[in-house]
Design a protein around this ligand. Structure first.
Ligand code: PEP
Length: 254
């Protein structure tokens, strides 16, 4: 019912030249296709066009995603990127609400909700991130915290095609630390996310929305997460920066 998804978040890594090289390497690793797994790569904004060209020239089996967007259409918003600009360079997905943007750049759930609406208006699929800090986890309030984020981030969204909205559960304490949540930890929260989505949008829509896990996911542990009922894939940081390790994760999901 839900195609698995493996999405790579390159973060602020890879110059334009390096990004093109990585995309070419990935196209070659995945030349036999990805089966029913949807693969997305999310390079820095200045690399998007170069990666789009690689995808087109090599007929690469992955889609292009951005790492951020602003909700206005155009105008005096120095440094920002409008949804239309992403579409124009071939991006069909966009990460929003990553914990690094929430933490370093002060993004709020209200901002994330506005970004989701702007993206969906332009036909770009949001990959909307949520997740708790170590402090919240240790206080045993992680489920409640994430459910609250989901309610705020999805407020007023109209989801008619559930394949066009993706959630990534990324416990902050597991991102880039090498410390992974267990597959059961991921299932506990991803299951609660789906239950919340069912309350908001109805069971049928909730059953079609992909919920990914992210946080030190690697080729050697991704299969364990994917076995869980409500984990539909992975959002991958560090391990997406090398074509062979990212391709290995895609293959583990096939
Ligand atoms: C991320 O930041 O989205 C992420 C999951 O990073 P890492 O895989 O490096 O923990």
């Amino acid at each position: 019912m839900r195609n698995r998804m493996i999405a790579g978040n390159w973060k602020m890594n890879k110059t334009y030249t390096e990004g093109v090289e990585l995309a070419e390497g990935l196209a070659s690793e995945l030349q036999d296709g990805t089966g029913s797994v949807d693969v997305v790569v999310c390079p820095p904004a200045v690399d998007l066009k170069g990666v789009a060209e690689v995808i087109e020239q090599k007929k690469a089996p992955f889609a292009l995603g951005a790492q951020n967007v602003y909700w206005e259409e155009s105008g005096a918003y120095t440094g920002e990127t409008a949804p239309d600009m992403l579409t124009n360079v071939g991006a069909t997905y966009c990460i929003i609400g990553h914990s690094e943007r929430r933490g370093y750049f002060g993004e709020t759930d209200e901002d994330i909700n506005r970004k989701a609406k702007a993206l969906m208006k332009h036909g770009i699929v949001p990959i909307s991130c949520c997740g708790e800090s170590l402090e919240v986890r240790e206080a045993g309030k992680h489920v409640e915290f994430v459910v609250d984020q989901i309610k705020k981030d999805t407020e007023g969204l109209e989801i008619t095609d559930p394949s066009k909205y993706v959630i990534a559960y990324e416990p902050i304490w597991a991102i880039g630390t090498g410390k992974t949540a267990t597959a059961d930890d991921a299932q506990e929260v991803c299951g609660a996310i789906r239950k919340t989505l069912a309350e908001i949008f109805g069971q049928e829509i909730a059953d079609g929305i992909r919920v990914l896990y992210g946080g030190s996911a690697k080729p050697n542990n991704v299969a364990g997460f994917l076995e869980k009922e409500d984990v539909d894939g992975a959002l991958v940081g560090g391990a997406s920066l090398k074509a062979d390790s990212f391709a290995a994760m895609v293959k583990a999901a096939m």
